[in-house]
Design a protein around this ligand. Structure first.
Ligand SMILES: Cc1cc2nc3c(=O)[nH]c(=O)nc-3n(C[C@H](O)[C@H](O)[C@H](O)COP(=O)(O)OP(=O)(O)OC[C@H]3O[C@@H](n4cnc5c(N)ncnc54)[C@H](O)[C@@H]3O)c2cc1C
Length: 393
């Protein structure tokens, strides 16, 4: 069993063999992966040591103290938070060996080709078709709201392989090569003025059967692993106290006494406490993760994250008055990451609107919490046993 002492020893060994000050960033990250110190709970040979997930913090602290580079996790969030756990659970040994290392080092960015113009909350209604031709699948369809598609080398993709089966059963999960000539990525401009995400057109895209994740027709089950991990990745990030949206507003409150009013004081206190409760609940969720896969509880965390971000950023705009309406940059940029704290109040206010939509809308997450956490009666589903091709669209 690899314990904390053993991990410290291995980390020191890595640092001695590859001193961060004299080692190329990518070389260091590759060496860290090979040493099993990338994600310690992954198996040996795949960036880990089969150690308890909770011990990752031991490695991270040692490396940070030594000034070692990290893999810029916010830039590669979809790969780390969603593709990797899915590949680990459903991938073949060959897929794990091919994809996980460059995913972790950030050499290959991943995106998620799930949502379609007619299938967002009702994702299982998706119509992108994958038809088998020998050892390949030919894919045609349109995806939308695809974050980072313009940066991505690979995508996790779900497509319909059996239109005769009910909607949840005829779906298969693939890894799609974003450099295939049939993949066309077009920017979509958001309320912030930026284009973080895209629409993606797939025309006769050829995917080798070797890039299928899980069984044919079992894609919905595979996708649940991705979606449960997505909610944890969005709502359950580890943060120090005042590390999220509440940080900038608390700072302004302390530094700008002329802006304070009694009403805003009461609201700030309430939101500060709620943000701290959410942060500590996130810690509990991570402890639960140590014990196994994330369950539907991640939905609750993501719900709280969205509501708090919107309320806190609204309070910040009010607190700053006219200044709060300023906006730093309206040009259509293609940002590599969503940076809440590095931008101004106007950006935070506008960008947080998407928090209650991305990774499942708040209404849909409330349904999940009601049904799968609280055990309340399920919503009526009349289309459960109807062939997808016969559904009204
Ligand atoms: C910033 C951002 C990034 C995104 N990135 C990605 C990405 O990288 N990849 C990807 O695949 N997708 C991505 N998405 C898409 C996202 O997952 C969908 O927008 C989301 O699932 C909602 O789907 P929809 O937009 O089709 O809305 P709809 O499903 O049409 O919903 C419209 C409204 O109806 C409500 N509604 C729908 N069904 C129910 C129900 N059963 N009960 C109660 N209310 C309901 C919804 O809550 C919502 O208010 C992103 C979205 C955003 C905002």
């Amino acid at each position: 069993m690899t314990d904390a002492t053993e991990l410290r020893r291995r980390t020191k060994e890595l640092l001695a063999a590859h001193p961060p000050a004299d080692t190329d960033r990518l070389d260091f990250l590759r060496a860290r992966f090979d040493a099993g110190l990338a994600w310690v709970h992954f198996p040996e040979g795949l960036g880990g040591l089969g150690a308890p997930r909770s011990l990752q913090a031991v490695v991270d602290a040692e490396l940070e103290a030594a000034g070692a580079p990290d893999n810029d996790p916010r830039r590669i969030g979809i790969g780390l938070g969603m593709a990797a756990p899915t590949i680990l659970q459903y991938g073949t040994q060959e897929q794990k060996r091919r994809f996980l290392k460059p995913l972790w080092t950030g050499e290959e960015v991943w995106c998620q080709l799930f949502s379609e113009p007619g299938a967002g909350s009702d994702l299982a209604a998706l119509g992108t078709r994958a038809v088998r031709e020998g050892e390949e699948w030919v894919v045609n369809g349109q995806k939308v709201w695809t974050s980072s598609a313009h940066l991505a080398r690979w995508a996790i993709l779900i497509a319909r392989t059996d239109p005769d089966a009910p909607k949840h059963r005829g779906i298969t999960y693939f890894v799609c090569d974003m450099t295939d000539p049939g993949v066309e990525v077009r920017p979509l401009r958001q309320i912030t003025g930026e284009a973080e995400f895209n629409e993606v057109f797939l025309t006769d895209v050829r995917i080798p059967d070797a890039h299928r994740l899980g069984e044919v027709g079992d894609g919905w089950r595979v996708a649940q692993t991705t979606l449960n991990n997505e909610r944890v990745a969005i709502g359950g990030m580890r943060l120090p106290r005042e590390g999220g949206m509440i940080g900038p507003v608390a700072k302004t409150w302390r530094e700008r006494p002329e802006l304070r009013t009694h009403d805003l004081h009461q609201r700030l206190l309430k939101l500060w406490v709620e943000a701290e409760v959410a942060r500590l609940t996130g810690e509990r969720l991570r402890q639960q993760l140590v014990a196994g896969q994330p369950g539907p509880e991640g939905a609750g965390m993501k719900l709280a994250f969205a509501r708090l971000n919107q309320e806190i950023s609204g309070l910040e705009v009010e607190l700053r008055g006219e200044e709060g309406l300023l906006y730093d940059d309206w040009t259509m940029r293609r940002p590599e990451l969503v940076d809440f704290t590095g931008r101004d109040a106007g950006y935070r206010y506008l960008r947080s609107k998407g928090n209650s939509i991305e990774g499942g809308t708040s209404e849909v997450l409330l349904n999940i919490v009601a049904e799968r956490v609280l055990g309340l009666p399920a919503e009526p589903r009349t289309d459960k046993d109807v062939a997808w091709k016969d559904l009204a669209r």
